[in-house]
Design a binder for this molecule. Structure first.
Ligand code: 26W
Length: 741
């Protein structure tokens, strides 16, 4: 990369603002990033979300020039901190989209042939700010900074047909830089005003028919553009002989959002290439694989047949014919009517995208050991009974490039010193870290906490308590993630402090970051409640030197990079059985935080690797929650435990006001009365809350001595398993059957 560095040295920076410099430097780098297309078998990742974050520093790091480039630019008088203001490419909502980004990074990083297909939304995940403690969304116009990391491929555009409109899919290629240079191809929609709307917004609230139609259009747009291109390129080389298609392609469906690609594949082969339906179906069965990312029933997409038929009659018909072939197959296996109904692609007028993915998918995987068990046991028990070999687990991972080498250069430098830089290519070497000597590790953590405090002050105008323990709960706002339980735990501690029950309580900061889906009323209520608690707690002179609550605004990938490095305690407190995996938990672990959490998702494997004694585990297990479902009575707990009732009652006793929005009463009722779609306290907050408070107090007591520092360091030392390098190697070996270049 000496030529690149030389060009940077020669770059004239005089009078150029940071945006201009960003554009020019990115364009410079792009000259040195040439995707090397290789023949042979490749895997393709179809995801409707990619939460890439800021690409600038990541690409310079992957090019091996980051530190040198910063030195050169600083020497020329450029304030490189200015590049921290570059907009994230936030084309995703949260876990599933960020995982896709980590997977692409690791595949390139490890030289696996994996390309991504997605949608190039004009507006990514909304920007969030708080007005009177309530979330206010605004459009994320990420392209104001330009998009120097993508190349428009005008010549490769293709038309996607709906019954009522044609849309032109125009590819933009973003290079994914690592040992290999792979490609993320994002399609933009061109054509009529209505056609262009397909790519305007990420995942619109689909609670209206209009929203549902737009969602179906987005999913088909992605599917048809990607499959159309793969089939066409294959046919140019191999003609109509599709026997070999599955030798060259393994297509991973990231959740059910691109399952229409299966139907599109069959439609194309039968309509354009004269292949029989049964053979096309057979080819599909050896090409597509499906990853399930959630057991939440509302997330398992079922499309109304008539709705799909309205705009995609051929696709609807293909699913209906798949149902005919599948039923024949199931009858031949002796399945009962109930079993057939449970596995059906088309049941009544509902098209189950998940059942289609399970039936056609060669492999179906969950994203953490416990989740994959629940997928087999609770989600697809009949399919598991008849096709057990389909079902796999691949526990999620995160890229240590962005989530350690980039966001925590100080810890990375310490690891270089203790382990030689070899750990960067071989994460297993972390296991040899000598956790007896914690001094330098703690010094680094203090530096990162100071940097985090500076960032929070700059971005949110709040000064974090000095020398405090930093607890963080940062993730999408959802009832099952139980930010509300943390709110109650904080109030429990607050009242205990005021009543002098917590002598020598160490100063603690509870830091929250979360966006609520724009239509999710309860989630918005929880944000408001936490902000009201922050106002009460932070202004109480009696306690505000010991307890602080901070809810940062517009939590995104770039904010997460600061928080994961500057946190002591990672709060991962979902109801056991509901968080498929979690990936924030892994980022905190890698950066030397202990986990205070429940035995859910990947927390279970984190504890297995880092040791239960180095973490703070509490709460009901998956088995206990399943047993509790019928007999659980939250009101009995509240009536018999006044100190819990006291914190819960703050929702309705006038302690806090929600400005007449009705948020807090509705939350209180969800816990004590329930709703037509669920029982009271359906995420078992009051079952786990006492143990949660105990765990937080135990952390507070343990904090500050070398024993606690050692726990934190042990988490870093045992984090290798959670690198997405390992996850990608698992997919490559168990599912995609691809080799490193
Ligand atoms: C916030 C609620 C929610 C739950 C599921 C929003 C969106 C979904 C999607 C349908 C699926 C999803 O994003 N699941 C998440 O996928 C991550 C990557 O595998 C997992 O780490 C998370 O546990 C899972 O919720």
């Amino acid at each position: 990369m000496t030529e690149l560095l030389q060009e940077l040295k020669d770059l004239d920076v005089a009078g150029k603002d940071i945006k201009t410099l960003y554009t020019e430097i990115s364009a410079l780098c792009m000259k040195y990033i040439a995707p090397k297309k290789r023949e042979g078998r490749r895997a393709y990742y179809l995801s409707i979300e990619y939460l890439m974050g800021r690409m600038f520093h990541n690409n310079l790091l992957e090019l091996g020039v980051l530190e040198e480039a910063e030195k050169i630019l600083s020497a020329k008088g450029v304030n490189v901190a200015g590049f921290e203001e570059i907009e994230d490419a936030a084309l995703g909502n949260g876990g599933l989209g960020r995982l896709a980004a980590c997977f692409l990074d690791s595949a390139a990083g490890c030289a696996y042939p994996l390309d991504g297909y997605g949608i190039r939304y004009k507006y990514g995940l909304f920007k969030q700010k708080f007005v009177n403690g309530e979330q206010v969304e605004s459009a994320d116009d990420w392209l104001t900074w330009g998009d120097p990391w993508s190349v428009k491929r005008e010549k490769e555009k293709r038309v996607v047909h709906f019954a009522d409109m044609d849309v032109t899919a125009v590819p933009y290629d973003m290079p994914i830089v690592g040992k290999s240079v792979n490609t993320l191809r994002l399609f933009d929609a061109e054509g009529s005003e209505q056609a262009k709307k397909i790519c305007d917004y990420l995942y619109p609230a689909d609670d209206t028919e209009e929203g549902k139609l737009l969602r179906i259009r987005q999913e088909y747009f992605l599917s048809a553009a990607a499959i159309g291109e793969l089939v066409e390129k294959y046919a140019q080389k191999h003609g109509r002989n599709f026997n070999k298609f599955s030798e060259y392609h393994s297509i991973q469906l990231n959740d059910t959002h691109a399952v229409m690609s299966v139907a599109e594949f069959i439609r194309l082969l039968t309509k354009e290439y004269g292949i029989t339906f049964s053979r096309a179906l057979e080819f599909a069965k050896h090409t597509f694989n499906y990853t399930n990312h959630t057991i939440l029933p509302e997330a398992l997409e079922c499309w109304n047949y008539a709705l799909m038929e309205k705009i995609l009659p051929d696709i609807a018909a293909v699913f209906k014919t798949i149902q005919v072939y599948a039923t024949r197959e199931w009858k031949a296996k002796g399945c009962t009517q109930e079993e057939i109904a449970a596995m059906s692609v088309l049941h009544g007028n509902c098209l189950s995208m998940a059942n289609a993915a399970v039936y056609v998918g060669e492999k179906v995987n969950g994203v953490a050991a416990i989740h994959s068990e629940l997928v087999k046991r609770n989600l697809f028990p009949v399919a598991y009974k008849y096709y057990p070999d389909k079902f796999q687990n691949v526990t999620n991972g995160i890229t240590q490039r962005r989530w350690l080498m980039l966001c925590n250069r100080e810890l990375s430098a310490l690891l270089d010193k203790k382990l030689t830089p070899a750990w960067r290519e071989d994460m297993a070497r972390l296991e040899t870290l000598d956790t007896g000597d914690t001094a330098e590790f703690i010094a680094v953590k203090e530096i990162k906490k100071k940097q985090l405090a500076d960032y929070v002050l700059r971005h949110d105008g709040v000064k974090l308590l000095d020398g405090a323990i930093v607890y963080a709960q940062v993730k999408r706002l959802h009832e099952y993630k139980r930010q509300l339980m943390t709110a109650f735990a904080i109030l429990r501690i607050y009242y205990d402090l005021k009543e002098g029950k917590l002598p020598d309580f160490r100063p603690s900061v509870f830091l929250f970051g979360a966006k609520a889906a724009s239509g999710y009323f309860r989630a918005k209520g929880i944000i408001k409640y936490l902000n009201e608690i922050a106002r009460l707690v932070n202004n109480d002179e009696q306690t505000n030197k010991l307890l602080q609550v901070v809810f940062v605004q517009n939590y995104n990938v770039s904010y997460a990079e600061k928080i994961v490095a500057g946190t002591d305690v990672s709060l991962q407190v979902s109801t056991a059985g509901f968080e498929a995996s979690g990936t924030g938990n892994m980022k905190f672990m890698l950066n030397g935080a202990v986990t205070c959490g429940t035995m859910d998702g990947a927390n279970i494997e984190i504890v297995e690797h880092a040791g239960k004694e180095n973490n703070y585990i509490f709460g009901a297990s998956v088995e206990e929650i399943e047993r509790l479902k019928d007999t659980y009575d939250p009101n009995a707990i509240l009536d018999s435990t006044p100190e819990l009732k006291r914190v819960a009652d703050t929702l309705v006793d006038g302690t806090f006001s929600d400005g007449g929005k009705g948020y807090f009463k509705e939350l209180y009722d969800s816990l004590t009365v329930g709703a037509h779609w669920h029982k009271p306290d359906h995420y078992f907050i009051f079952r786990d809350l006492p143990e949660y408070v105990d765990a937080l107090i135990k952390v507070n007591r343990d904090y500050g001595d070398t024993a606690f520092a050692k726990k934190q360091m042990e988490n870093t030392a045992h984090a290798a398993f959670f690198s997405s390098d390992r996850a990608i190697a698992d997919y490559a070996r168990k599912i995609w059957h691809i080799e490193k270049a």
